[in-house]
Write a protein that binds this ligand. Structure first.
Ligand SMILES: Nc1ncnc2c1ncn2[C@@H]1O[C@H](COP(=O)(O)OP(=O)(O)O)[C@@H](O)[C@H]1O
Ligand SMILES: [Mg+2]
Length: 477
């Protein structure tokens, strides 16, 4: 973060200083919420979480080099700035810091692909100048300000992922760190149970474009031309609109999209400044949409089509468990996409699996879809699980292993009704049972996709399969 004195910070957050010997001392290191991440010059923000209370670690954080602690109560002998609400204080500090910076802020939201796209945008923009972006999934009222607070004087681009569980979440986040470029990827079914329908999700995601400056002030809304609910957001913004997608109207387009035999997407990228061929290193055709969104942002920020195509073709996965492909020594390939799942990403992952299986199938290799529940689908849950089970059969996936409770039985039943009976599809109760089954069945040339919603924790299956193939339990979460 840019250096600020403790008295400046106290004024920004409206806090009371306690046991601070010298208010002129400056915070020069990062703002952190995990005392293990403290560096010399840090500010430690203490949160009372569900399991641990950061206040218990405040003293240790100072011993490790933190200059002071942002906290909800005084802690005798520890230099503390006391505020009513540490989350709000963190937000206020982030807002004040970005106001002092000359960086361009790019923010994105959507139902699926935020983290992947954020990583792509970062990998494009960092070729042009110093870029700050969050590791992993820091997309809420704590993660967004923490990321913004990592920006320093020479930061040129700040790339932020913004998530929404409720109406108003994006408005709050864009209020903290106002983007000049705002991107909406898609409106899917993530959290549909809580929102009560796709239209409601669109209302929430559209808060992104409502927050943007007008076209005259440089605001740019980057919208998905292929998603009607996203495209319709153009009526909700004063910013200039740029469209990406396969639709004819898109300013940044993909033509001739295909999956290579390794499950990676290749296409012709068309931008207003020219066309180039791109082959992604990322697996699955769903990344084409993410890549176009990133290309549109990069184009707006002055990157040439050559620069964009080159950086896109080199970009890898920066965040774990998203189509992470590993080939074991014995020739079994594990595709760990267990970070999360919704109907759209299930379909995309299954199609990538089918493509990847093409080559190995000729040599007797099989494709395995190890799938768990998709959470938060409300009334659509049964139909969506049924449809995924059916799709696995239509794509000719060799074996479906449905893992977990009720939803898994719907998956399996969908496959069964589509014509996959006998041993082609099975239902197992939990991750350990899946690992036991796979350990005894897998053979060289097999490709195994592991995917479910976050709450299912199926990465345990992928990780166990990547460990020694002879022993070991699935580690707990
Ligand atoms: N454009 C997309 N459409 C559908 N699914 C996607 C898309 N991009 C990524 N996914 C899938 O969605 C899941 C979550 O991806 P991630 O990038 O972490 O998104 P988010 O941050 O929105 O949760 C992964 O399984 C990934 O393969
Ligand atoms: Mg994310």
């Amino acid at each position: 973060m840019i250096a600020l004195s403790l008295s400046e910070i106290a004024a920004i957050v409206g806090g009371q200083s306690h046991d601070i010997p010298d208010p002129a001392v400056r915070v020069t290191g990062p703002v952190v919420i995990d005392s293990r991440a403290v560096e010399k010059g840090s500010l430690f923000a203490a949160f009372a979480g569900e399991r641990v209370d950061g206040h218990d670690y405040a003293r240790g954080a100072v011993e490790e080099g933190a200059v002071a602690v942002l906290a909800a109560r005084p802690l005798p002998g520890v230099p503390v700035i006391v505020v009513d609400d540490v989350v709000q204080a963190l937000g206020a500090l982030a807002r004040a810091v970005v106001e002092r910076l000359g960086a361009t802020t790019v923010a994105l939201t959507g139902s699926a692909g935020k983290t992947s796209t954020k990583d792509l945008i970062a990998q494009l923009l960092r070729t042009k100048g110093p870029t700050v972006w969050p590791a992993g999934n820091l997309n809420n009222e704590i993660g967004v300000p923490l990321t913004a607070l990592r920006a320093v004087e020479d930061t040129r681009y700040l790339v932020l992922e913004m998530g929404a569980r409720y109406l108003g979440d994006i408005r709050y986040l864009t209020g903290l760190v106002p983007p000049r470029i705002g991107l909406v990827l898609n409106v899917g079914t993530a959290h549909i149970g809580e929102f009560g329908g796709r239209e409601q999700i669109a209302v929430a995601k559209g808060e992104m474009v409502e927050s943007l400056p007008s076209a005259a002030d440089g605001g740019v809304a980057v919208l998905n031309a292929d998603d009607p609910l996203v495209r319709a957001m153009k009526s909700r913004t004063e910013a200039r609109v740029i469209l990406f997608g396969e639709a004819d109207e898109a300013d940044v387009q993909a033509e001739n999209v295909r999956l290579t035999a390794t499950g990676q997407a290749a296409f012709r990228l068309r931008t207003p400044s020219g066309c180039r061929d791109v082959t992604l290193r990322l697996y699955g055709e769903h990344h084409v949409s993410n890549a176009l969104a990133a290309a549109a942002v990069a184009h707006e920020l002055g990157m040439s089509v050559d620069e964009i195509a080159e950086a896109l073709s080199e970009a890898g996965t920066l965040s774990r468990w998203r189509m992470e492909v590993t080939e074991r020594a014995d020739g079994v390939t594990i595709v760990n996409d267990a970070y999360n799942a919704n109907p759209e990403s299930m379909r995309a992952a299954l199609r990538a699996l089918a493509a990847m299986g093409g080559a190995s199938r000729a040599e007797g290799g099989r494709t395995w879809a190890v799938l768990g529940p998709m959470a938060e689908l409300g009334d659509e849950s049964l139909a969506e699980h049924d449809a995924v089970g059916r799709l696995a059969v239509r794509l000719n996936v060799s074996k479906l292993v449905a893992v977990g409770g009720r939803e898994a039985s719907w998956l399996r039943l969908g496959a069964y009704n589509e014509g996959s009976w006998g041993e082609e599809s099975v239902h197992v109760s939990d991750a350990q049972a899946a690992v036991d089954l796979l350990r005894s069945e897998l053979r060289p040339g097999d490709v195994v996709l592991v995917k479910a919603s976050r709450s299912a924790g199926l990465e345990r299956v992928a990780l166990a399969l990547l460990e020694s193939t002879t022993e070991g339990e699935v580690s707990g979460r």
